[in-house]
Design a protein around this ligand. Structure first.
Ligand code: NAD
Length: 498
């Protein structure tokens, strides 16, 4: 059985722990590898190694750090297919989708190639007699990222690419469900010219995470995962004096106005609701048609298409989506569909029990569609994270707007309409961090920043773009007076501009 360990000081490192977690092939349900779960001592060693690498890397001229990013971009591009295969084989998403994920990670590398520009400070000449003020952005030191299973390439790249370009050294603790691709990315970064110790990958579970959250040398923690863990990471990390950004779960609504192009809206719901088997934090899981006429027309378009969706092998080129990540997750999603039926929602398309010939032990679940879901139901309130879309009918625009606004989560939201006034009003009033207007998955491009509101994110700064740079740097402001010959006498009162 293949064993997956860690990447520390520029090389694979075998962990000291006797604890392992199973990694599955979601197509067959078989265990494909065992991943070592780091002990606190393993994590401490990685942190110390990153600390040793920090001063030289922070001192490396920023154009040189950008050159490493340019080379990394080249290497990831050359290895894109192999990386996508790795993602697909452990996560279960189909290859085309996995390629898209790696590409979105690469977009962050593109942004980081411009890091000299992003790190420029400010300068004010002669703010008062002979005195100039300037500011600079400096790296924090050793920083860490803890990432979820659903984007094992892209989410780590949101974090370590920006952090490392800013001059930090990084410890990545990826999801134990699909650990191979982050290890490969670490190798590629070293090959691109990053010194050993600049990016270390430790695999593990709560023990590894708690070590990172409490270690005094770790200055900042970036987390992406479910809300309960995000809340815990935020509370624990900040209690230990760290800067923390912690992104959590989601329940994303798509409002469909009566004037929307319903064919376009149906396309959007199929793609955003069922792509990647719904295992995306920006998946649309709630469709909100406004008015019964819109709801009936939309349902009529959706039902046959959901029923026809092909769940298939992640390696298949004609599958719409692949298996779920683990049996436990598949059972959880199926449990939510059972619950929805019990709660009184109308299960319009029921593909809970599909079987894949020859792959009976794979983690497959077909697409399901509910209608007449209400805000009181748990299937509405909680994140399902599977190929399940709920229709919640709203009488008018205000009732539709209240749904995302009153929901616990606030990651993404979309509105489909042909009316500019409605779209503008919606974007202004909706209490959600990322908004799409006729765009179902409004994940911001890499030079903007990604982040939700409410229970979808804790902390003040978002991922990547300039917010990523702000998160992974601190500002130093220097007030200087030249030439030294200027004398203003001893001033005992608090200095002012006068
Ligand atoms: P998860 O919360 O189970 O795991 C995330 C990370 O936390 C993993 O590295 C895991 O090892 C670690 N972890 C798990 N339990 C822990 C514990 N008790 N103590 C300390 N660490 C722990 O999330 P997941 O199932 O891997 O990912 C899916 C979730 O991530 C969904 O809720 C999804 O919405 C969310 N997500 C959010 C975003 C976003 O940007 N908002 C993006 C992607 C995924």
């Amino acid at each position: 059985m293949q064993e997956i360990h860690h990447h520390v000081a520029g090389a694979r490192r075998v962990g000291t722990s006797a604890r392992f977690a199973d990694v599955f092939n979601p197509n067959t349900g078989e265990v494909s590898a065992r991943v070592n779960l780091a002990t606190a001592a393993d994590v401490n060693a990685a942190i110390e190694d990153a600390q040793r690498a920090f001063p030289a890397w922070a001192d490396t001229p920023v154009p040189r750090r950008a050159q490493v990013m340019f080379k990394f971009r080249e290497l990831v591009t050359a290895n894109l297919d192999a990386l996508a295969h790795m993602v697909s084989s452990e996560h279960g998403k189909v290859l085309a989708d996995a390629r898209g994920e790696v590409q979105r990670g690469l977009d962050v590398v593109d942004f980081a190639c411009g890091i000299p520009h992003a790190l420029k400070g400010e300068y004010s000449e002669n703010v008062v007699g002979g005195m100039d003020v300037f500011s600079m952005r400096q790296p924090l030191g050793v920083v860490a990222g803890i990432t979820p299973f659903n984007f094992p390439a892209m989410v780590p790249m949101w974090m370590f690419v920006v952090a490392v370009a800013c001059g930090n050294t990084f410890i990545l603790k990826p999801s134990e469900k699909d650990p191979s691709v982050p290890l490969r990315l670490a190798e590629l970064l070293i090959e691109a010219g990053a010194p050993k110790g600049v990016l270390n990958v430790v695999n593990g579970d709560k023990e590894a995470v708690d070590t990172l959250l409490t270690h005094t040398l770790v200055k900042a923690i970036s987390f992406v995962g479910s809300t309960d863990i995000a809340r815990y990471v935020y509370a624990t990390g900040t209690a230990h004096g760290k800067r923390v950004q912690a992104m959590g779960g989601a329940k994303n609504h798509m409002i469909v106005m009566p004037d929307a192009d319903l064919d376009q809206a149906a396309d959007a719901l199929i793609g955003a609701g069922y792509g990647s088997a719904g295992e995306r934090c920006m998946a649309v899981s709630v469709a909100v048609p406004v008015g019964d006429k819109t709801a009936d027309a939309l349902r009529e378009r959706l039902a046959p298409r959901v029923a026809a969706l092909r769940a298939g092998l992640s390696t298949s080129t004609d599958a719409d989506f692949g298996p779920l990540v683990t049996r436990a997750h598949m059972d959880k999603v199926r449990g939510y569909v059972d619950l929805g039926v019990k709660e009184g929602a109308e299960l319009v398309v029921d593909r809970r029990s599909i079987k894949m010939q020859g792959y009976e032990h794979g983690f497959f679940l077909g697409g399901c569609l509910f209608d007449r879901v209400t805000p009181k139901m748990r299937i509405y309130q909680e994140e399902i994270f599977g190929p399940v879309l709920s229709i919640v009918r709203a009488a008018d625009f205000d009732a539709a707007l209240r749904l995302p606004n009153e929901h616990t989560y606030g990651n993404g939201v979309a509105i489909f309409t042909r009316d500019g006034d409605t779209a503008r009003e919606f974007a202004r009033r909706v209490d959600v961090g990322m908004v799409g207007i006729n765009v179902p998955i409004p994940v911001p491009v890499a030079f903007y920043s990604f982040g939700g509101w409410k229970a979808s994110a804790f902390g003040d700064t978002n991922q990547h773009g300039m917010d990523g740079v702000r998160f992974f740097t601190k500002v130093k402001t220097v007030t200087s007076r030249w030439p030294t010959g200027i004398r203003s006498g001893a001033e005992l009162n608090f200095p002012t501009l006068k």
